[in-house]
Write a protein that binds this ligand. Structure first.
Ligand code: DOR
Ligand code: ZN
Length: 448
């Protein structure tokens, strides 16, 4: 099928501000230029060093400086972060976000690679849309885009999408995220099909009939506020069902945004059984609880919902003991007007790809340690996907981030590159901000 007039935003979308390195005469392939970042430290080292990148790959350490030179100002250099779960809203919902704003936000958050979710309008269930997304993102020069495609046509959960063609077009994974997979047989067939293609299926694991019209976690807070609750059992029941399908088929399954202690225990048991199940946890489920909903502010409305402190602590323990495979943000931008509606009517989602690392480093840096945190946000997501693990070695892709681990800065949503310029963490002091992100050897973000 030809890529017809897809409903994409023009590339002038976002704030129209391309990264600085794009101004090299606007030539495609500016990764041919050489770039040296001086005065940086490797994680765990105090030794200032320099790294040189050329032709989009790391050339080496402490070489004579040629080409563009950027002072890393004593920051810590790491491979750029990997995001497995972001809603970038193209095509069709560009009032919320678009590729330019979302991928610029990702680069500002230190991410080099982003997997976008397919619950757009239309749904990403057509190879032509996958190709168009990849092509458009390449021209932007921010984070790399690896679009996820829908598992089922229209994400309706009835008929499998053309998975082989979607894979050939460049789809990174299959998921009906945003919706749940109610038909177990369809999921089973999808898992078997995807497995034969060597592809991962990710699931938004909630039993929709049990969740019903719940808008926040079911418990004392939902009872006190008189709001319909979404019980922990909705997630646990669905994770239990899906694990049995994995046991039956032997196919790979990734559970998205796990939010409850019970569901985490089910994943832990499944791993003990040797089943090929992985899971991600989101920083918002680690740092916020349903107590925040007492404000009646829909900024905290998200699916699955914010749970209890006990759940959050259990998830953190899961990060520490390795049950949780990786972190992902579920960056889910909506317009301010949508999120200003009341709790019953506002859409689900929190958008914070720009501050995920600072949030995690500030809150959990001591418990997790830098090495573990970076692994959870960079190499671990790559392992989940079966991609090569990002490294700082010569000859590997020049996708890099410089992190200022010390300086505290206030979260100011007005400065966000995302279109969702409001945040549950507005006004908080965080440290660990990215100062420079390089993708494919080019500057994708540099702090002013
Ligand atoms: O909070 C959420 N927002 N959860 C989802 O599953 C979908 C997402 C969205 O698309 O806004
Ligand atoms: Zn989801």
């Amino acid at each position: 099928m030809p890529p017809p007039s897809l409903p994409f935003a023009s590339s002038a979308a976002g704030q129209g501000e391309g990264p600085k390195s794009q101004s090299f005469g606007g030539i495609e392939g500016t990764e041919m230029t050489q770039l040296t970042i001086t005065n940086i430290k490797r994680p765990g080292s105090d030794q200032p060093e320099s790294i040189t990148v050329e032709h989009g790959v790391i050339k080496g350490w402490n070489l004579p400086h040629e080409g563009e030179v950027i002072d890393g100002q004593g920051g810590t250099l790491a491979p750029a972060l990997t995001e497995l779960h972001a809603h970038l809203r193209e095509p069709g919902q560009t009032e919320k976000e678009d590729l330019a704003s979302g991928l610029a936000a990702a680069a500002a958050g230190g991410y080099g690679t982003v997997v976008s979710m397919p619950n757009t309008s239309p749904v990403v269930d057509d190879p032509a849309i996958v190709r168009a997304l990849i092509e458009k993102a390449e021209g932007l020069g921010f984070a790399r885009l690896k679009p996820a495609a829908a598992l089922t046509k229209g994400q309706k959960g009835e008929q499998l999408a053309e998975l082989a063609f979607l894979k050939d077009a460049g789809a990174a994974m299959f998921t009906d995220d945003g919706r749940t997979n109610e038909n177990a047989r369809v999921l089973r067939l999808g898992l078997e099909y995807a497995h034969s293609l060597g592809m991962v299926i990710s699931v938004h694991a909630e039993d929709a009939t049990l969740r019903a019209d719940g808008v926040i976690n079911e418990g004392p807070v939902s009872e006190a506020l008189g709001l319909p609750g979404n019980p922990a059992a909705a997630e646990a029941a669905r994770v239990a069902r899906d694990i049995e399908i994995v046991a039956q088929t032997g196919a790979r399954l990734h559970v998205q945004h796990l939010s409850t202690a019970r569901a985490l225990d089910l994943v832990r048991e499944a791993k003990k059984r040797g089943l090929p199940v992985t899971c991600e946890v989101c920083p918002h489920h680690l740092t916020l609880t349903d107590e925040a909903l007492r404000s009646f502010d829909a900024i905290y409305k998200v699916a699955p919902p914010l749970r209890t402190q006990a759940d959050a602590q259990h998830l953190l323990a899961g990060l520490l003991d390795g049950t949780v495979d990786c972190l992902a943000t579920d960056h889910a931008p909506h317009t301010r007007a949508e999120k200003e509606r009341d709790l019953l009517d506002a859409p689900f989602g929190i958008a914070y790809i720009e501050l995920a690392f600072p949030l995690m480093w500030t809150r959990f840096g001591e418990q997790l340690g830098l090495e573990k945190l970076l692994d959870l946000m960079t190499q671990a997501p790559a392992r989940v996907m079966g991609w090569p693990e990002p490294t700082l070695e010569a000859g590997t892709p020049a996708d890099l981030v410089v992190l200022d681990l010390q300086t505290q800065r206030t979260v100011n949503p007005a400065e966000f590159k995302s279109k969702a310029r409001f945040s549950p963490w507005a006004g908080e002091m965080l440290r660990g901000w990215p100062t420079l992100t390089v993708v494919n050897g080019r500057v994708a973000y540099r702090r002013e």
